[in-house]
Design a protein around this ligand. Structure first.
Ligand code: FAD
Ligand code: NAI
Length: 493
């Protein structure tokens, strides 16, 4: 017993030292001043990267800035770890814990990378020029500019799909960006406080406390799950008079939720939702959204009005206008409506110098962070090989002896042999509420499907380990700990 006690004590000591060390490392990593980087070199080619999401950030992290001048253009000056975004809608995690400034990457690069917080509004693929606009609240005298590129890397993602359904843009809340999550959180608390207003009629209270989620993909499911936890763990204690009146409904057009997951996990999710009193309406389409009610069409074909307080719209992605305009410049090669058609090397069909990746493209892969991140890393390798190709081509021309020529030719051939993109699926995870998650993991030639509390522990560790920086990891773990001790904050922002 004594040796066990000693071993435990030693383990605790090692853990404590590791914890303190990690904290200091994380502080150092984030705030350590970096030496002045080498300025841009006009003799090098310029890559302009559009976006600061999964695809572009992964590319930026891997691209060798000693080979190219690099410019980043994005309306948001940070990277967002989207898998934990649903947790920020109810305050399980603070949104600042899952973002990291893009300059955090660029300042660790040996050569200067220019970052412009702006939206690219036009791509002129003939002149190789883009137009950028400062769409932020604070504008200087100059808010529009142009940038020339040698290569353009398009990672602008996609926008929320509405299928043109009337009223969605006006009354629904999307869940794609930090400001969407903030809006949902504010509106949710507003609905609850308004329902608690003295003299509110019973029918109006019922409407205000009806939270509707449209779309049974992973976004809709994870949001409904987080909302359930918030109601069960926090709101029931703060608003005892409203307990039992708050209702969550999830509407899905297809016969099941989560079509990309295994059948047993779909059944498990649906039964967990039933236990959590989340009302699931499958085979039901939303036809119109009004200020206080939605019109839905159920399996019988009958249309019905459903009053709601908060509406979260999560019916997938559609192409951004910038991408649609770029496609229109190349009608003969760009005819897939889902996004930019690219070849196996991520080069946009019909062009030589535009590459595209992530949700902005239409490929055989699902629009996920996993795909986007792997594409970004891959594309950085493609650019290293393109640079090597150019270098060996000019060295071959200058080679004096036949031996030297043969050597350079071999090197050139190797550099030109660029392998196509290959996606390696690491599995799919989804949080379903009450500390339960589901996971579909590749296992040998098949698949391992698991669900429950243990899978949630795996979900947590998988996401913490893939968070962007040590600082993010530290903050997310702290947020989870805070929530365990003090619950979620119900203050309206
Ligand atoms: P994004 O990450 O959306 O980045 C696009 C970037 O382009 C942004 O920086 C944007 O500001 C910028 N941009 C937009 N317009 C312009 C413009 N005109 N000019 C310049 N820049 C522009 N996937 C998973 O694999 N696992 C998950 O657990 C997971 N969870 C998710 C949870 C939620 C709530 C959501 C919404 C998505 C989730 N996804 C997940 C999907 C994943 O987030 C996307 O597939 C991924 O973000 C795609 O990366 P991207 O770089 O193509 O686009
Ligand atoms: P999605 O496209 O996966 O799901 C949208 C759902 O909405 C579909 O099931 C569709 O049938 C339904 N729908 C469409 N129109 C409707 C209507 N009018 N009424 C009712 N239902 C309607 O979209 P989602 O969930 O936003 O995901 C987008 C991408 O991001 C996917 O590739 C997904 O895998 C990925 N993602 C992954 C997560 C994870 O791995 N945990 C979390 C969130 C997103």
């Amino acid at each position: 017993t004594f040796s066990k006690w000693k071993a435990t004590k030693n383990l605790a000591k090692v853990g404590a030292v590791g914890f303190v060390g990690y904290t200091f490392y994380s502080m150092y990593e984030h705030s350590h001043p970096v030496m002045d980087p080498t300025p841009a070199d006009p003799s090098k080619k310029t890559i302009v990267i559009l976006g600061s999401g999964w695809a572009s950030t992964s590319f930026l992290k891997s691209i060798d800035t000693e080979l190219y001048n690099v410019v980043v253009v994005s309306p948001r000056n940070y990277f967002l770890f989207t898998p934990l975004l649903p947790s920020t809608t109810v305050g399980t995690i603070d949104h600042r814990s899952i973002v990291e400034p893009i300059r955090f990457i660029t300042r660790h690069k040996p050569n200067e990378v220019k970052v412009f917080e702006a939206e690219c509004t036009e791509i002129d693929s003939d002149k190789k020029i883009i137009t950028i606009v400062d769409n932020s609240e604070v504008k200087g005298d100059r808010a529009t500019s142009t940038i020339s590129y040698d290569y353009l890397v398009v990672g602008v993602g996609a926008q929320s799909q509405t299928f043109g359904i009337k009223g969605v843009e006006e009354y629904g809340c999307f869940l794609k960006e930090v400001w969407d999550a903030q809006k949902i959180r504010t509106k949710l608390m507003d609905c609850i406080e308004t329902a608690a207003f003295p003299g509110q009629a019973a029918e109006e209270i019922e409407r205000l406390l009806h939270m509707v989620v449209v779309g049974g993909g992973p976004t809709g499911i994870e949001y409904a799950a987080e909302l359930h936890d918030f109601l069960a763990e926090d709101l029931s204690a703060w608003y005892p008079e409203l307990v039992g009146k708050i209702k969550i409904t999830l509407i899905e057009a297809m016969p099941n939720v989560l079509p990309a997951f295994s059948k047993q996990l779909i059944d498990y999710t649906e039964s967990t939702f039933k236990e959590q009193h989340i009302s699931l309406h499958t085979k039901t389409m939303v036809k119109e959204v009004k200020e206080k009610e939605i019109i839905v069409q159920g399996p019988s074909g009958e249309k019905e009005a459903m009053p709601y307080g908060l509406l979260v719209w999560a019916t997938g992605n559609t192409t951004r206008p910038l991408i649609r305009n770029l496609m229109a410049q190349h009608p003969e090669t760009q005819n897939i409506r889902r996004g930019l058609a690219v070849d196996d090397w991520l080069r946009m069909a019909g062009t030589n110098d535009i590459y595209a990746l992530g949700d902005a493209t239409a490929t055989k892969y699902a629009p996920t962070a996993q795909v986007a991140a792997q594409q970004g890393k891959y594309l950085a390798r493609v650019f290293a090989q393109l640079h090597a190709t150019e270098q060996y081509e000019s060295e071959l021309e200058l080679a004096a002896t036949p031996e030297e020529k043969a050597k350079k030719a071999r090197k050139l051939q190797k550099a030109q042999d660029i392998k196509p993109f290959h996606y390696s699926h690491q599995g799919s995870l989804c949080y379903i509420g009450s500390d339960k998650a589901i996971a579909d993991l590749p296992f040998g030639p098949g698949n391992l499907a698991s669900g429950g509390v243990a899978t949630y522990a795996f979900w947590r560790s998988a996401y913490v380990s893939s968070l962007f920086s040590a600082r993010n990891k530290w903050l997310v773990v702290t947020d989870w700990t805070k929530k365990t001790f003090w619950g979620r904050d119900i203050s309206r922002e």
